[in-house]
Design a protein around this ligand. Structure first.
Ligand code: SF4
Length: 490
């Protein structure tokens, strides 16, 4: 679902979480942990828990605080929990596809929360159906859940190894059986996953920023192809599959992850500041103020200002309360476009030569609106500086951006794009500059949307709605574990 307010920015994919605690309040901890991962997905949220014998689950459409209240949490007693916030990349944005995904068989039950995208989902689903599996959702995460449950009798390590043997693509997952919490990361390590402690228990999350608010301490950034198993014997980390080409999505560092998260032992705020510094070295300009597009552009704009010696100045404020909405705005609101989210500080902009720092250009429509807003406020010049290389190729590993033909940098040269967005000048950070700002070598990253070198080969017919047949609407049973409860999709 595109944002209703004509925002063409990249959409984060999903956030996952896992809690193992001695008390019966894992759902409450997961609830607060999911707040810290809300930026990774706002379409649906869910928590599954286990009290040691039975798995219960609640999930729904919307933000974490729209899906859960005290009543829902009370109905989820247990010392193990997995949680999920979703932005859909495979499968429509409907309640049936909300996560965690629950699967039951004669040998047990499992709930899985997945961040990423499988690129061999179609063939795997056909294979599994031929092996007797019946699918209830249209998203690729159920494939992971079904492989796990088919193999869980052999033990969690063996079940995860089977997933890693068969599934190709990006997947960072948390999962629970009645007595065991599991976390694992795909062999290319595209999406992040970190494990740590929570009091006398343990915690797993997409990002380190989820630990602090619930009193946890992040300790182990899982390596590509690694898994963590937590049960009554404690926590053990083991290799599930040898490392394969690829690495962390560079956009996690540029934009997706929260600036207070740490990845590759680097605070993302600092990495973004260094990207801005490098951008100033690569694309100098003569201007009066450096203005960030909030919020993600702020550390980079500070970095640009530091190196260029051009003063940093806030040029717009961002509404904190406009979220993705399931109600399309009317035409009048649509025409207001980006102003629904960003309000200019006219006195700061008027008569100024502005360096406008932002994190990416996808289709170019949002940037064009922001540049126009700057000129409408009286800016004399608007020099756009982007803290990422041009996006020329679509992502198949869990980021919803656009098809190749819709990507502005795929269709236009930098000069043509500069004219298209109406800017005075335009400069992108180089691939080398972005990578060096994180402090790791190129082979630690996925850079496919910039250079077209997909570390995991992608079939030609990949689409987000690959399994939408028949289309799904309406109501779904969303609490499992014996007593399904009907939740109406809003
Ligand atoms: S293709 Fe781009 S957005 Fe997708 S995982 Fe790779 S770097 Fe990230």
């Amino acid at each position: 679902m595109s944002n209703a307010f004509t925002d063409d920015r990249l959409k984060e994919e999903c956030g996952v979480l896992g809690i193992y605690t001695p008390e019966q309040d894992a759902a409450r901890i997961a609830f607060f942990g999911l707040f810290a991962l809300q930026h990774r997905g706002q379409e649906s949220a869910g928590i599954a828990v286990s009290d040691g014998s039975r798995v219960r689950m609640h999930r729904g459409m919307g933000l974490v605080n729209q899906v859960f209240g005290p009543g829902e949490l009370e109905q989820l007693p247990g010392h193990l929990a997995v949680g999920h916030t979703r932005y859909s990349t495979t499968g429509a944005s409907v309640l049936r596809n909300a996560q965690p995904i629950y699967c039951q068989s004669q040998v047990g039950e499992i709930a899985v929360a997945h961040n990423g995208n499988l690129i061999n989902a179609r063939e795997l689903r056909i294979e599994l159906e031929a092996e007797g599996e019946h699918f209830e959702t249209t998203n690729d995460s159920e494939i992971i859940a079904r492989i796990l449950i088919r193999n869980i009798e052999k033990g969690p390590e063996a079940a995860v190894r089977e997933v890693m043997k068969r599934a190709r693509g990006a997947y960072s997952c948390t999962a629970l059986t009645p007595r065991c919490l599991i976390g694992f990361r795909d062999p290319s390590g595209i999406r992040p996953l970190v494990a740590g402690r929570h009091g006398d228990g343990y915690m797993i999350a997409s990002e380190t920023c989820a630990f602090g608010p619930v009193g946890g301490t992040p300790e182990w950034e899982l390596d590509a192809g690694e898994m963590v198993i937590i049960d009554s014997n404690g926590m053990r980390i083991s290799k599930g599959h040898q490392k394969e080409p690829g690495g962390m999505c560079l956009f996690e560092f540029i934009y997706f992850a929260r600036p207070d998260s740490v990845m590759y032992e680097t605070l993302l705020y600092s990495a973004r500041e260094r990207m801005g510094m490098q951008l100033a070295r690569e694309h100098e300009c003569d201007a009066d103020i450096v203005v960030p597009v909030p919020d993600s552009g702020i550390p980079a704009a500070l970095g640009y200002s530091k190196v260029s010696k051009i003063p940093f100045r806030e040029g717009m404020t961002k509404s904190r309360y406009i979220h993705r909405t399931f109600i399309a705005p009317d035409q009048q609101l649509r025409e207001l476009g980006v102003r629904m989210k960003l309000t200019p500080l006219i006195d700061h902009i008027k008569h100024q030569r502005v360096v406008l720092v932002d994190d990416s250009i996808v289709r170019g429509t949002t940037t064009k609106q922001i540049v126009k807003m700057m000129f409408d406020c009286g800016a004399r010049e608007v020099h756009v500086r982007i803290t990422a290389p041009p996006i020329k190729f679509p992502c198949f590993y869990g980021i919803d951006m656009a098809s190749k033909g819709e990507l502005a940098s795929s269709r236009m040269t930098v000069d043509e794009l500069c004219k298209e967005i109406g800017a005075t000048s335009l400069g992108f950070l180089s691939e080398e500059g972005a990578v060096a700002s994180v402090g790791r070598s190129t082979d630690n990253f996925c850079l496919a949307c910039f250079n077209g070198k997909y570390p995991i080969p992608v079939p030609g017919d990949m689409t987000k709605l690959a399994f939408e047949n028949p289309p799904v609407t309406g109501e779904m049973a969303a609490v499992v574990g014996g007593q399904p409860k009907l939740i109406r999709e809003s």
